[in-house]
Write a protein that binds this ligand. Structure first.
Ligand code: ZN
Length: 109
């Protein structure tokens, strides 16, 4: 078994949702691989830390309100981006016009 497989199946291993064969393969690998032992210890600590966090009551409509605020923020960012692209386009056209004017005016001298 590869270390990457251990990392992919670590949650299932800790949740005891793997088959007996898969679980045994992980246990055998963990006995031989210090890196995966460390990884599994860290994942276990993170999971225990998450369980110890307080449960926060979310008021009704919170998700809809958060979604609306996110959409408004994204829309404002999109408008700003369109304005910047427009300004860059106008600046580019101005440069082309100036260069063209210089070429045309110098050819008549
Ligand atoms: Zn490993």
């Amino acid at each position: 078994m590869k270390c990457q497989t251990i990392k992919q199946q670590s949650d299932a291993f800790l949740d005891n949702t793997l088959s007996d064969v898969e679980e045994m393969a992980i246990r055998v690998h963990l006995q031989q691989c210090v890196e995966c032992q460390y990884y599994m210890q860290q994942i276990t600590k993170i999971r225990e830390g998450l369980k110890s966090l307080p449960i926060i009551e979310i008021r009704n409509g919170f998700a809809e309100q958060a979604l609306n605020k996110t959409c408004k923020a994204m829309s404002a960012a999109h408008r700003k981006m369109k304005l910047k692209i427009g300004m860059a386009f106008v600046a580019g056209l101005s440069i082309v016009a100036i260069i063209t004017w210089n070429i045309v005016s110098s050819s008549y001298q």
